[in-house]
Design a protein around this ligand. Structure first.
Ligand code: AGP
Length: 608
């Protein structure tokens, strides 16, 4: 999830670009760069790390111009160093591109272009676009037409901004997936990933839709569809303030991030699973079948929500690998002298990549000879630097303290890893499993349409002093996660429990004042869960059931239901957790809590 801005007009473009990138830093910040067109052609300045590093470079060697673009990176392909920072250029240095998203077919395109003599300078997928435009212009095709032809060759999803230094004053931008908006000014126009950086110049915004592209000069903005037909779309007048704009109109980052989950899950599997060939490919992780055969046990080390993801991962990996998978809190693992040797694989699961207890657990395992991989959301973080391999969750920066999109992308990463292990163990046909995962983003979107219903349930139960969350099997970790979400942002005491364990104690809590949230989707133990819920109802407990769409018997039986689209058991947790996120959010909101920064909590606990 990167930040993009482009400007053409009469102002000195560098302050416009830097100021805009500052408003976009929350979208990613492992490197940044700008391209400015002036009398000396195209000048590109890039820097690794925070945006301030780029500002230092520009202070040392100023550039000026009235036309250009800028990018702050959240890396998906290629390490977060200066060489891989955007913008990227073609061989001539004239065609310059910045990009948010993933070009799925960049490898075959790159090979074709290298055969045609193009010299590549980076590991990124983005650079392919600049060379493809250059190659297309070789026969005299004009820049705009070369871009049109290039866009038709790209697969994947992207927000692209492109300029040709030999055609100053024209910016072309294209959208297919990640957001892109155009700001209409007086003798100036802007392009950006979202509204926040534009509000200093204009409140008249055109939102691009997928498959559309726009040709922008300081005097005009021409919008085209996939068939290259002109579209006339009146601008929307934005009334938000700048802070609201960074939340893209959502009241809190947490709610925005809950709604980003379709895109975040899609970004986590895109470019890694190929349904036609049945292959799984990780950029930063590789095992040979022979190496995998030497692994005799797996330890998952994590904290909080990431530990819950590890519990789901246990089910997925044990089913795939048929070896013991242990899941432990970092704070416990680091001091229990775990039994680890070179036949042990240790997986550190951590959104931030900086959680002290998790890092310490990973260090302990590494010191004992384990092979170490991490599932992490922050490229270049401590966990990733110490790992032999990494599966990045590509969720984009998670600002809300309560983890949401990081969790569902961790589950996605575990699912992909389980398919990868299956392929290493010789399983052949994984396409059905892949196809089901590719349907999950749309199912999340359908589920999010129940937001108003869940908000009403939150209001109904917001006065409760205690909650019990129940689930079995893969949904037991979801019961734990739902309880954690609620307690950490609403401060209501909540417990997650295996549904089958309720009779061994928690049943004493059940009465008409205790809401019980139960995950009761169709699994092999569905009837067992129903029996447990009958015990709840028999004691006047208030039952909120998260069940499959159309489960009429559950709808007749529970006090309230939240229906989730059906999917295979292994993928159900990605869906069933979402109602618990929204329930927690709206209960906390109703109770006047600080949802994005709950009391006593930090986003990343970098101390013991
Ligand atoms: C989750 O909502 C919490 N913010 C917390 O439990 C978090 O998951 C935990 O601190 C681990 O953080 P990490 O994933 O960055 O390692």
């Amino acid at each position: 999830m990167c930040g993009i801005i482009g400007y053409v007009g009469t102002r000195d473009v560098v302050p416009v670009l830097i100021g805009g990138l500052k408003k976009l830093e929350y979208r990613g910040y492992d490197s940044a760069g700008i391209a400015v067109v002036n009398g000396d052609g195209v000048e590109v300045v890039r820097a690794e790390g925070k945006l301030s590093n780029l500002e230092v470079k520009l202070g040392e060697k100023p550039v000026t111009g009235s036309f250009g673009m800028g990018h702050t990176r959240w890396a998906t392909h290629g390490k977060p160093n200066e060489n891989n920072a955007h913008p990227h250029r073609d061989c001539s240095g004239n065609i310059v591109v910045i990009h948010n998203g993933i070009i799925e077919n960049f490898l075959p395109l790159k090979q074709r272009l290298q055969k045609a003599g193009h010299e590549f300078r980076t590991e990124t997928d983005t650079e392919v676009v600049a060379h493809l435009i250059e190659e297309t212009m070789k026969d005299g095709t004009k820049f705009v037409d070369a871009v049109r032809r290039t866009l038709k060759e790209l697969e994947g999803h992207y927000a692209l901004v492109m300029i040709d230094g030999s055609e100053p004053g024209t910016i072309i931008a294209a959208k297919h997936g990640p957001p892109l908006v155009v700001g209409l000014g007086e003798n100036e126009n802007l392009i950006a990933s979202d509204v926040a950086p534009l509000l200093a110049y204009t409140r008249d915004i055109i939102y691009l839709e997928d498959g559309e592209y726009v040709v922008v000069t300081d005097q005009k903005v021409e919008l085209f569809n996939r068939q290259d037909e002109r579209i006339l779309r009146p601008p929307k007048r934005i009334t938000w303030d700048a802070v609201a704009a960074e939340k893209e109109g959502y009241r809190h980052y947490m709610l925005k991030e809950i709604h980003e989950q379709p895109r975040a899950v899609r970004d986590t599997f895109t470019g890694r699973m190929f349904e036609e060939s049945g292959e799984i490919f990780f950029n930063d992780l590789s095992f040979t079948a022979e190496e995998w055969s030497k692994i005799q046990r797996v330890h998952v080390v994590a904290c909080g929500t990431s530990w819950h993801a590890g519990l789901v991962g246990k089910f997925l990996l044990e089913d795939a690998a048929r070896i013991p998978i242990e899941v432990d809190y970092g704070s416990e693992y680091r001091y229990r002298n775990p039994i680890v040797d070179e036949t042990t694989l240790v997986i550190g699961v951590t959104q931030s990549g900086e959680t002290a207890d998790t890092i310490a657990g990973m260090q302990e395992a590494k010191a004992k000879g384990a092979k170490l991989i991490s599932i992490c959301n922050v490229l270049g973080s401590a966990a990733t630097r110490m790992s032999d391999g990494v599966i990045y969750t590509n969720a984009g920066p998670e600002i809300g303290v309560a983890s949401t999109k990081a969790f569902t992308t961790q589950l996605t990463a575990f699912y992909l890893l389980s398919l990868y292990i299956r392929s290493l163990r010789g399983e052949k046909d994984l396409r059905t499993a892949m196809h089901e995962l590719s349907s999950i983003p749309h199912k999340i979107e359908r589920l999010l349409k129940q937001e108003k219903h869940i908000e009403a349930l939150a209001h109904k139960y917001s006065k409760a002093q205690d909650f019990l969350f129940l689930g079995r099997g893969l949904h037991y970790p979801i019961a734990l996660e739902g309880a954690l979400k609620l307690k950490e942002i609403s401060y209501i005491h909540a417990e997650g429990y295996p549904a089958g364990e309720m009779k061994h104690g928690p049943i004493a809590l059940i009465d008409e004042n205790l809401p019980v949230v139960a995950i009761a989707t169709r699994t092999p133990v569905y009837e067992k869960v129903v029996s447990n819920l009958q015990e709840v109802k028999a004691r006047d407990g208030k039952l909120i059931a998260i069940c499959d769409e159309g489960d009429e018997s559950m709808k007749a039986f529970a006090d309230d239901v939240i229906e989730v689209p059906s999917t295979i058991e292994a993928l159900q947790p990605i869906l069933t957790v979402i109602p618990t996120q929204l329930l927690a959010y709206y209960i906390a909101l109703r109770r006047g809590c600080d949802v994005d920064q709950p009391r006593n909590l930090a986003k990343s606990v970098t101390v013991e």
